[in-house]
Design a protein around this ligand. Sequence first.
Ligand SMILES: [Fe+2]
Ligand SMILES: [Fe+2]
Length: 379
Amino acid sequence: MAILENEQPRSAEERLEAFEEMLCRTNIDPDEEIRLVQDNADAIFTWDYGKGRREKLDKLYEKAKRSQWNATTDLDWNARIEVEQVASEMNNNDYRGQYVARLMEAEGSPISNWGDKEWAEYSVESFSWRISQFMHGEQGALLATAKIVETVPWIDAKYYAATQVIDEARHVEVFARYLQENLPHEYAVNHHLQDLLEDIISDSRWDITYLGMQIMVEGLALAAFGSMHRATAEPLLKNLLRYVMSDEARHVAFGVISLEEYYQELTTAELRERQEFAHDAAERMQGRFLQQEVWDRMGVDVRAMSRVFLQQDPAENIFQQMLFSKIVPNCKKLGLLDAGDGYLRGAFTDMGVIQYEDHATTDDEYGTLDEVAKDREVV
Ligand SMILES: [Fe+2]
Ligand SMILES: [Fe+2]
């Protein structure tokens, strides 16, 4: 993996140990109630109120205003959910479940003796963990987008970002409610996700908020929501995810449209900093696929699981690859894959995800997802 290449002077064994050390970290303070993060940015007024000067952003803003929904009234919260059944079905149908089933069979796996009981327990824990991390990630998006309203210098982008703030509030609301009403307990934020969100919020450069949140985190979220949507037949969750995905597609498109313009002005050296940021974000996201807190809670040795995870060939991890299916083409559209010496192309090749480079970009695709959401299943 690319993180290992940055540490060339060390032996292969030491580099593997360092990566394993990073991988097996879990949340160190699950009882924390609030967290302070410096946002280090200037708030920017603009006196140029010319709405529509950036046509694509203006179109997106108009679409966002038409596509608002109400989490309280547009979803049927009264349905009873059989959580074990929903969790088990999801695990059997989803790439993540299939991947963990393979980890069970791997040599030295600490879960090789699992039977149906453990598997059923894992399914519910994994489900709770995923919805919890969605909820925490959504709060990260809420804060990041509020920051963009302040820091982006263009009025059309401030207008659009303001619509995203209410979208993200609604997303936190729906995942929190689903979790509280249907799942046994909430997981604290994953260590790797928290690190990434803090990197995004604390950076002083306005475009890095976009790159970290709209391109990387939301690009991955869009793929993850799509995967869960395909894997479940539970009507409330399915419907909720469809609504959220239609918003998320606009959010990723917002990042692509804004950065495509801005990155044309940057030097090769400045683009290199963005390539490195994207690479680092990708590795942090890869770090959380392991669901460290689930293993910890179930009494499974997290370090042993990290070791088994590391022994797997990334090229065969369809689950992990699929999550990058939106990120890679969008980075290409921004010119980040091949700028300079093609640093990011190399990094994505090492991660086994470069095959997505010619998939649809989200600024082309968001209209389709939005149309899907209009076909409401439950009203
Ligand atoms: Fe969101
Ligand atoms: Fe979003």
